[in-house]
Write a protein that binds this ligand. Structure first.
Ligand code: HEC
Ligand code: HEC
Ligand code: HEC
Ligand code: HEC
Length: 145
């Protein structure tokens, strides 16, 4: 199941990303305040590509983000989003409980392996990839900063 969801998500994201880079890569991008205020340099996230073929302004890998944001810390910061789901079995009338793992940094589908860019953006409003398939309002979860 993990693989299927990942492929569906990737398929949904790729065309949007391709369009974004095609239409906006000529712009000098203003950073979101969180990094600008803290003096994070453009080159920290945008390293030149070895072949010089213009990958310099692609979204950085998760490893770049995780160089500054410790994974354990971000997992802990959003752990409170997980909740206890209760289902009453219609036949037996017995309650079934399990923890719904909606922590975006350690989730049911992806564990800790989801790319930051699925949700966090730097030069535009962030989104929340879970919202593509789930009602995240009911989860009391929104898009990150
Ligand atoms: C050079 C270090 C550095 C890198 C690389 C970096 N950040 Fe940050 N980030 C910071 C600092 C410093 C802050 C402000 C202090 C804080 O809130 O942790 C910050 C703030 C944030 C915040 C706001 C935190 C809050 O409390 O609301 C988010 C979200 C974030 N970064 C995500 C990312 C993502 C995603 C990436 C990769 C694309 C990334 N960062 C790369 C240093 C970095
Ligand atoms: C599925 C969407 C999603 C993905 C993928 C994701 N995040 Fe987040 N992130 C969120 C949401 C939602 C919040 C804000 C939760 C809240 O409102 O408290 C958040 C909050 C944060 C914060 C602030 C934590 C704090 O102290 O409050 C940081 C830093 C951060 N994310 C970094 C990252 C990094 C680095 C990655 C990649 C390794 C990543 N995120 C991947 C959705 C995501
Ligand atoms: C914390 C990491 C981070 C920093 C710092 C950063 N960027 Fe980006 N950049 C990204 C990500 C992620 C994307 C993918 C699109 C997005 O998230 O908005 C991107 C995309 C781009 C793009 C191509 C698409 C677009 O939105 O225009 C350009 C050009 C760009 N960045 C320029 C810059 C410049 C110039 C700076 C310094 C002022 C900078 N970036 C600083 C993460 C970063
Ligand atoms: C491409 C569509 C898709 C996306 C995107 C998606 N999900 Fe799901 N999710 C599903 C489907 C389909 C199921 C039911 C099948 C299964 O359990 O795998 C499901 C089931 C779940 C469950 C199990 C429900 C339970 O009873 O515990 C959780 C938790 C969950 N998703 C969390 C998330 C989170 C958190 C995100 C974002 C990081 C996310 N999903 C993104 C399609 C998606």
């Amino acid at each position: 199941m993990n693989r299927t969801i990942r492929q569906m998500l990737a398929a949904a994201l790729i065309p949007a990303a391709a369009l974004l880079f095609a239409t906006t890569s000529a712009h000098a991008a203003g950073m979101t305040s969180k990094h600008a205020e803290n003096g994070v340099a453009c080159a920290t996230c945008h390293k030149s590509s070895a072949d010089g073929k213009g990958a310099a302004f692609a979204a950085p890998d998760a490893s770049t983000c995780l160089g500054c944001h410790k994974q354990d810390a971000i997992v802990k910061a959003t752990e409170k989003l997980n909740f206890e789901a209760v289902l009453v079995d219609p036949k037996t009338k017995k309650e079934k409980r399990h923890t719904a793992l909606i922590n975006p940094h350690d989730s049911y589908h992806f564990g800790r392996t989801e790319n930051c860019f699925d949700c966090h953006r730097e030069h535009q409003k962030s989104t929340n990839a879970c919202a593509g398939c789930h009602d995240i309002g009911a989860w009391k979860m929104g898009a990150p900063r």
